[in-house]
Design a protein around this ligand. Structure first.
Ligand code: PSU
Ligand code: MN
Length: 314
């Protein structure tokens, strides 16, 4: 008796852990283009007030290019696809906003936490919402150092079908190892007007992409074939940061070497390492990395909107 009652209670509690905004509902119903945006970059990737500016600028860039933005996050245990401006402000300013990868969702929902979603977690929720295009900054990947620390972003990219627009993997990572891991996961990498994987803050990595696309229509065509073949996993569209805001590889590598040494001294591990390194690199470059990060995020949002529009044209 006791066991039966408690089971019934749990079931009635998990009916609707996801909420779509009215605009996302309408766009889904009308088949209009939508671009998902993540919230970890807002809560943990950039300092306030830059993070709030970025959250709003990305929404603006998607709208200006003809698609509906859907920023994803978890508020009071509800996974929200299409946060309002006030909700984005909350994620940008509130204390104690967690960093959520896909595995963290059950705990965050069951315990009614506020959380920002990473690339992996945003992909999962956006895919369930029927969204096919997602813009971010740099994906997670294989970290440098001896302990194998591999972002769950790679696992999600390997199993969830979606076009993910990024500037490559974050430069703080081991980029050659990350490139290999993408291949192993079966992720198709496409360079946006380039044959080379960008390196997040800088334009080149010396690592080749699988293919190149010069127009949104070409990306849409590749995606339709990918879907017709029923392949799992992502098409990772890699766009170099805009020339005028990109940093040189030398400057970035010097800053990262110092940031990694600081992380080692402070004993930083696990999910703290990425936000720590991004902060340290910003200090080392006296804010120049933040400019590059802002510019590439906006660039990716614009490209993603163009691709979503092209997909809609069929
Ligand atoms: N890109 C940015 N800034 C960020 C991130 C990406 O420009 O803060 C975030 C993304 O949410 C990505 C996460 O999924 O960092 C990777 O974290 P980890 O290495 O712990 O998996
Ligand atoms: Mn990790």
């Amino acid at each position: 008796m006791q066991a039966y009652r408690s089971t019934a209670h749990i079931v009635t509690n998990i009916t609707s852990p996801v909420r779509y905004s009215a605009e996302v509902h309408a766009a889904r119903a009308g088949g209009n283009p939508i671009v998902a945006l993540e919230s970890t970059v807002i809560a943990h990737g950039l300092p306030y007030p830059r993070n709030l500016e970025v959250g709003r600028a990305l929404e603006g860039a998607v709208r200006e290019n003809g698609a509906l933005p859907a920023t994803v996050g978890v508020l009071g245990g509800t996974a929200v696809v299409g946060m309002s401006d006030a909700e984005i402000e909350h994620i940008a300013t509130a204390a104690g906003v967690l960093k959520l990868s896909t595995r963290d969702l059950p705990v965050a929902v069951a315990r009614e936490h506020n959380g920002a979603t990473t690339v992996a977690c945003t992909m999962w929720l956006a895919h369930k919402a029927g969204i096919e295009v997602f813009a971010t900054g740099g994906i997670g990947g294989v970290h440098r150092g001896e302990l194998p620390d591999v972002s769950a972003d790679l696992t999600e990219l390997g199993r969830t079908p979606m076009i993910v627009v990024c500037a490559g993997a974050k430069a703080i990572l081991d980029l050659p190892a990350t490139r290999e891991a993408l291949e192993t996961a079966g992720v198709l990498t496409v360079g946006w007007r380039t044959d080379e994987m960008p390196a997040f803050y800088s334009r080149g990595s010396g690592l080749a992409t699988d293919a190149r696309a010069d127009t949104a229509e070409e990306v849409a065509d590749l995606w339709r074939v990918h879907q017709a073949l029923a392949l799992p996993g992502a098409l990772l569209l890699c766009a170099p940061p805009p020339e005028e805001d990109a940093l040189s590889t030398d400057e970035v590598e010097r800053a990262i070497a110092r940031a990694l040494a600081a992380a080692e001294r402070a004993g930083i591990r696990g999910k703290e390492i990425t936000p720590f390194l991004l902060r340290a690199v910003a200090e080392e470059t006296r804010g120049r990395s933040l400019n590059a990060n802002f510019a590439l995020l906006r660039n990716n949002a614009r490209i993603a909107a163009g691709v979503a529009v092209a997909l809609g044209r069929g």
